[in-house]
Design a protein around this ligand. Structure first.
Ligand code: PRT
Ligand code: ZN
Length: 284
């Protein structure tokens, strides 16, 4: 039988969220070894790897799918297909300098030394901006490089920014933004493509559900039409009469982007008892 192989980070910032995602896709993973595990209700095998190796394993076909940060995909330049952004592991890759420096602009970097674990992304960025720098590749604790006199600046991943601050540095340029993505190898067999399509169908339903909320409210008959205009729903809202004939119960879904704006307008229409619930899955 055909089995898909998915590579996820073994231990690190993306591991827990990757495992949680697989669970939310309805996949039950049997307790396996440290390096691999199998699912018992979907033809899927999990390979636990270092994130840096995931693009190569997927490109070479050792794994069919992978979950990894876009930063690693871009740095490693292996041919993999980005299937969906996953909404976690969000960060940015930034240039940072000593906090007291009066930074004039990118030209400051001309002839300077920069420490990073992402030399390819950085080299390409400076080449595009026609600035010559000397890149010092180091594999960890990049932030201490200026204080120990190794380099003049750093290029590193930032999420809250507190690591930079703790090391007396400040962000001066954002080079790229990143989040975890589902990647796939090219040239999958038709059987494997069918399995990937099944997983992506579930994933889309899950990702869509995160952008919407289920809303229930009571609306007075006099403003029912206005309330319904505010709540178009997936097809149209559900409307049920209450025991008190001048009131209706209305159920619908709303997009997170317009959430507060709509709630304010509903209140202005006299809506009461507004309940907002998360949606687990949204299958179209
Ligand atoms: O062992 P393995 O090689 O698998 O893991 P790793 O140590 O290389 O990576 P890991 O687990 O640290 O990160 C995995 C991925 O998470 C990265 O490739 C990014 O895509 C993503 N990510 C999201 C981050 C961060 N946020 C992040 N904050 N990766 C690293 N950091 C570091 C950052 O460099 C800083 O030193 O965390 C520190 C704290 O950040 P602040 O800004 O919140 O202080
Ligand atoms: Zn790594």
């Amino acid at each position: 039988m055909t089995t898909l192989k998915i590579a996820i980070q073994k231990g690190g910032r993306l591991s827990e969220k990757s495992k949680e995602l697989i669970k939310k896709l309805g996949i039950r993973v049997k307790n396996g070894g440290k390096l691999r595990a199998e699912a018992d209700n979907f033809p899927l095998e999990l390979l636990y790897l270092r994130d840096d190796d995931i693009p190569k394993y997927v490109a070479r076909g050792v794994a069919d799918l992978g979950i990894v940060g876009q930063n690693v995909i871009v740095e490693k330049t292996h041919e993999v297909q980005e299937i969906r952004p996953l909404g976690f592991g969000k960060c940015r890759l930034c240039l940072a300098v000593e906090k007291d420096l009066d930074y004039p602009g990118l030209e400051w970097f001309e002839g300077r030394r920069v420490a990073t674990s992402y030399p390819k992304i950085l080299q390409e960025y400076f080449a595009t901006n026609k600035i010559k720098v000397s890149i010092e590749e180091i594999s960890g604790s990049v932030e201490i490089a200026p204080s120990i006199g190794l380099t003049d600046a750093v290029f590193d991943i930032v999420s809250t920014g507190s690591t930079l601050i703790m090391n007396g540095l400040k962000e001066v340029e954002t080079v790229m933004r990143s989040e975890a993505v589902l990647v796939g190898r090219q040239d999958l067999s038709p059987e494997k493509q069918a399995l990937v399509a099944k997983l992506v169908f579930r994933l889309d339903s899950l990702l869509r559900s995160r952008r919407y909320k289920y809303i229930l409210l009571n609306a007075p008959q006099a403003s029912l039409d206005r309330v319904l205009q505010l709540l178009p729903g997936m097809k149209s809202p559900t409307v049920m009469p209450l025991a008190d004939e001048s009131w209706y119960s209305v159920h619908s879904v709303i997009h997170e982007e317009k959430f507060w704006e709509i709630i304010d307008q509903l209140k202005d229409c006299g809506a009461e008892g507004i309940l907002i619930c998360p949606i687990e899955n949204m299958v179209l």
